[in-house]
Design a protein around this ligand. Sequence first.
Ligand code: SF4
Ligand code: SF4
Length: 255
Amino acid sequence: MKTRHLRYALMTIILGLVIYLAVRPAGGRSFEAFCPFGGVESLWGLIHGGQFTCALGPLNLSLLVGVLALALAAKKAFCGWACPIGFLGELAARLGGKVWRRRPRVPDKTNARLKLLRYVVLVVSLYFTYRLGELVLRGFDPYYLIFSGFGHGSLGWISVLTLAVIVGLGLIVPMAFCRWLCPLSATFDPLARLGLIKVARDDHACNQCGACRRACPHDLAVQNHTVVRHRDCTNCLECVDACPVEGALSLKVTL
Ligand code: SF4
Ligand code: SF4
């Protein structure tokens, strides 16, 4: 069985739970309690006023701590195995792959520069949230917009356009939002690089076919490394599934 089946089953369950929380009559905005980035957004209010910001609560903080601990153990496994937006991004990328069979690759340098945008989003989001005590970026947040159905705090056509751009980009460039714009991904980055569980490549077994890179949703050059230390690796194991040489790629615990 491909690892993807297991991963998708797990993410379907999590996505179903979030949808249930979002649509149940007494649910209110309780799906927001399942966003670990809410933990980051709450920190300032908690430190200064002893209060959580807006609809956020202790579960956001607990999830943030859990997700950071997971990053130390298994890099960005949260993104590849649990995040509903990551899951929707992967589904969009698969759909886009069927429509655009020969999608142009974003050059490595451009890709690296665009990744800096997620730090800008992180700083802007925290600055305004801490300053105003409001989740001011809700109107641009795909998680909020999708699961609230453009609820309170969305910005009409601006939010619709934002979501359309994010979805459209995701159809053309796999995981564009996760790669370039996600502030939670930016929060993980320092720890994700250290994560102990990593994909390792056996140089003697590998035939340099490049199937691993073509399968990687984050376009990581797996075939150039004996251990994938890159901060963007989600341990999704798409590369391992795609590798035609048995044993060339495996998971290892290593510094
Ligand atoms: S898919 Fe496997 S054999 Fe091909 S380059 Fe990657 S690790 Fe090597
Ligand atoms: S390197 Fe492999 S495990 Fe890491 S993100 Fe790419 S496909 Fe997933």
